[in-house]
Ligand binder design. Structure first.
Ligand SMILES: [Zn+2]
Length: 259
């Protein structure tokens, strides 16, 4: 199963639970993860950390998790079929090495954790280097894509060190994943994204309907993530736009939107 941890005001840290091991995606903080493990200390240990990009709200908790008593598990982990003997490998792109990433990954790399497979996809644009992790469970469940700050519910990441053209290409790449893929992004931004989208596309009934649903969920403090890719393909303006120029125009308007 995939566990959600809250961090900062609107970040999500994800934990992939496999047997008695949990693999943590983008630990911007350590507190919520450690608190959870302390409650279940006889059950879980941290098998691996997966980092999508270098921003502090994705890497800030790595060091504390690595030195905690929960670091390291017995589960078999390999990268491109080579076994990793380090007990808690930390995967991520090259520019995350200074934050503790030891195993550099990029497009096409395959990480195996127990019987489960994680495929690495390069999805730059938000930052110059940014990877996503496509998790396929050994059990019959839809694929889960951990996309960091690239695609959000009803929106996409800002260009903060990357480029518009790379971000556009990365979103195209994500849109070709299986439609039932569940998108696990790193922020709860869906309501604001759809509020903007509704203003930008006032005649779009799909966006209008989704905004109303999301608003209700958020009033009850329910999370809107994960979201299914098929839903994003219908109602996310950065995936439904017709070409790069339209994409860039929407993204730039959102950057200047005051809400
Ligand atoms: Zn970021």
């Amino acid at each position: 199963m995939i566990r959600r941890f809250n961090a900062f005001s609107d970040n999500y840290i994800w934990g992939i639970e496999i047997h008695k091991t949990i693999c943590i995606v983008d630990p911007g903080q350590s507190y919520e993860v450690l608190k959870h493990l302390e409650n279940f200390e006889h059950f879980f240990s941290i098998g691996a950390i997966l980092v999508t990009h270098r921003h502090h709200d994705h890497i800030g908790g790595i060091k504390e998790l690595a030195k905690s008593r929960f670091a390291g598990s017995e589960i078999k982990i390999s990268l491109n079929e080579s076994p990793i003997f380090n007990q808690m490998p930390i995967f991520g792109p090259t520019d995350c090495q200074r934050y503790g990433v030891k195993h550099i990954v990029s497009d096409g790399d395959i990480i195996n954790i127990g019987d489960n497979t994680i495929e690495v996809l390069d999805i730059p644009g938000h930052t110059e280097q940014h990877v996503g992790y496509l998790f396929r469970s050994a059990h019959d469940q839809p694929p889960a894509f951990f996309c960091g700050d690239t695609l959000f519910g009803g929106g996409c990441g800002r260009v903060l060190g990357g480029s518009f053209i790379d971000l556009y290409a990365s979103l195209k790449k994500i849109s070709k994943l299986p439609k039932e893929t569940l998108i696990y992004c790193a922020h709860e931004y869906t309501e604001a994204n759809l509020k903007f989208a509704r203003e930008f596309f006032p005649d779009n009934s799909g966006i209008k309907k989704r905004y109303a649903e999301v608003k209700k969920d958020r009033e009850k403090l329910l999370p809107t993530i994960p979201t299914e890719l098929s839903y994003e393909l219908e109602t996310n303006p950065y995936l439904t736009c017709k070409n790069f120029n339209e994409f860039k125009a929407i993204r730039m308007s959102k950057d200047n939107w005051k809400g």
